[in-house]
Ligand binder design. Sequence first.
Ligand SMILES: [Zn+2]
Length: 150
Amino acid sequence: MTETAAETATETTTCDISVCFPVDGEYYISDVFGNRTNPVTGKGEFHKGIDIAVVENTPVYAAFDGIVENCGLSESYGNYIKIKGEKYTCLYGHLNKVLLNKGESVKRGEKAALSGSTGQSTGPHLHFELYEGDQLIDPSPVIENICSQK
Ligand SMILES: [Zn+2]
């Protein structure tokens, strides 16, 4: 008997690149990707991600396997963390606390941060931004399921 293609594929897959939703529990989507009026400045702008309204200190999970490309404090994003995977890169903003360090590797579903309302924010929420390669994309259509905690 020869090996099936499916078996071969399973053996060579070592990295989970599918995107999962970064919080579980209670949330609602408070803003979608695209053009909007900035709630702080009142000016028109392009909203580069989705806003997930959650109470402060909600655990935020890595959406896929990757490494921490960057983290720090920005005027607009507040405390943020950027995770780079094989296919996608994601950025979480307005965090209360980042739980990983730059250069650290992270697994899908691993706790990466605690949500907050830092930076340019009108209330507690998670800003979730997604890039495919260098291209900014709308995360909503590629999110496959809720991250199960690891
Ligand atoms: Zn946002």
